[in-house]
Design a protein around this ligand. Structure first.
Ligand code: FES
Length: 469
């Protein structure tokens, strides 16, 4: 530095001042360049950090969207991607349905943009063996949207649910003599729905599923198409590594049921190395060609020649608890869980006979598909007078068990409460419980909001009852 000053001293004054100014400018320029360089590097780092956070945020949103796609409230659009006829009369078919909002093009874009594994986008909520979906349709001529429940038989790795639909014929209850018309939704699905049809579908739901906390024996008792949830349970136990025993008593109504309902599980029972799976089949109708049926079964024994060691046994006649008692070990009355799914008559008899056998009601689970079945397992009404007030409509009525439930009572005084399933599964009729208490014949599948009730399955449980309807 001293040399610089000596050098400047030796220069004429104007030249020295110019040189001094040049040195200063060069210093400022160097400082500015260094500062700019640092700023640019800082900006680059900031930009990179920002881009990283934007990508992270996009991925977070995409994951949330994916989770939202996997679970949804209410109904979501699904498209039929496959239909298989299960009988020769068009009375039973299996449908594969996939979410409609994730066409393959969206999948590809989502995966590329957010680097989400394909499987994550395809996955649907899993379900417990025995659960069902609700399908809602808008039928011409019907004042309201109609929804019905269909048991899930499978969810496959391609992201599709599978349900099997059977035609519901009209019926007359032999005990109450009430007439039930044929199922309009099952008829619509079987007669009009094909590949590409879009349907409104809920997430899997329902309390009728295997009790996974108890690995005691499971006795599954079913009738025809209503046995779909039981077959799913049987399959689930067969596939598990537990030592849980499964006994399936199935009443079939026609030869086609053999193929539809049993083909997947007959082999499982036959090949079960631990011998914990048993199937008993019965035909309700004596006119069935039993020889033909027997030929289609891998190993059967008739009732006259019981083959107790056989894993698939065939008999003629209706399902009855008396028969079940003969076939299962004695301790089952206290150790087993019973799952019953079928027509009203089977449910009514099973409820009565299992109770008479000493089976605890907590160990018996019923699946109901219609009003008729629900009535069959309803506890008898407690006597007593109740006055029910419909607060919004400003009307009141005395409770009369002939109305069967609060929805029926509301209709009798022209109070309109929207309803769809009428068996406590869809939540459509939910109203606020302003005052008083209600009771349910069977705990509804629908999760009722606190302070609310489902009039379609509720009856009064207090002397006065006020509903927000
Ligand atoms: S109508 Fe579906 S829960 Fe009452």
């Amino acid at each position: 530095m001293n040399e610089v000053f000596l050098f400047l001293e030796a220069l004429p004054l104007p030249l020295a001042l110019g040189a001094l100014s040049l040195v200063g400018s060069l210093g400022v320029l160097g400082f500015t360049l260094r500062w700019s360089w640092r700023s640019l590097r800082h900006l680059d780092a900031e930009r990179a950090r920002h881009e990283r956070s934007v990508i992270a945020e996009r991925e977070r949103v995409a994951v949330l969207e994916t989770q939202a796609e996997r679970s949804w409230a209410g109904y979501r659009k699904f498209q039929v991607v496959g239909r298989t006829e299960e009988d020769s009369f068009g009375n039973m078919a299996t449908f594969r349905i996939k979410p409609f909002s994730l066409p393959s093009i969206d999948l590809a874009v989502s995966r590329a943009t957010h680097r989400i594994p394909k499987q994550a986008l395809l996955e649907l909520p899993t379900f417990k063996a025995g659960q069902y979906l609700q399908i809602r349709v808008d039928l011409p001529g019907e004042a309201n949207l109609l929804s019905r429940c269909y048991s899930l038989s499978e969810v496959d790795s391609g992201g599709a649910y599978q349900i099997t639909v059977g035609r519901v014929p009209g019926a007359i209850d032999p005990v109450t003599h009430m007439t039930y018309p044929p199922g309009v939704v099952s008829s619509y699905l079987l007669d009009r729905v094909s590949e590409r049809t879009v349907l409104d579908v809920t997430i899997p739901q329902g309390d009728f599923h295997l009790n996974e906390a108890d690995l005691g024996p499971a006795v599954l008792v079913g009738w025809g198409i209503h046995a779909v949830p039981l077959i799913c349970m049987f399959e689930s136990i067969a596939r598990s590594t537990s030592s849980r025993e499964a006994y399936l008593f199935l009443e079939i109504t026609n030869d086609d049921d053999l193929h539809t309902l049993l083909a997947p599980i007959l082999k499982m029972a036959e090949n079960d190395p631990k011998g914990r799976l048993r199937i008993w089949l019965s035909f309700a109708h004596g006119e069935t060609n039993t020889e033909k049926v027997s030929r289609r079964l891998p190993k059967v024994s008739s009732e006259e020649e019981p083959e107790t060691e056989g894993r698939v046994t065939f008999r003629e006649g209706r399902q009855a608890v008396a028969w079940i008692k003969r076939e299962v070990p004695k301790h089952f009355s206290t150790s087993a869980e019973f799952y019953v799914s079928g027509a009203a008559l089977l449910l009514r008899e099973a409820k009565h006979d299992l109770e008479a056998w000493g089976v605890s009601p907590e160990k018996v689970h019923f699946e109901v598909f219609d009003r008729e079945s629900l009535d069959a397992i309803a506890e008898p009404e407690a006597s007593g007078v109740s006055k029910v007030t419909f607060d919004v409509a400003g009307k009141s009525a005395d409770w009369d068990p002939d109305h069967r439930n609060l929805l029926g009572l509301a209709a009798s005084v022209k109070v309109r409460i929207p309803s769809t399933c009428k068996i406590g599964k869809c939540g459509e009729c939910e109203v606020s419980l302003v005052n008083g208490r209600v009771r349910y014949a069977k705990d509804p599948d629908w999760k009722v909001k606190p302070g609310h009730c489902l009039p379609c399955v509720a009856t009064p449980a207090s002397a006065t009852l006020v509903l927000g309807a």
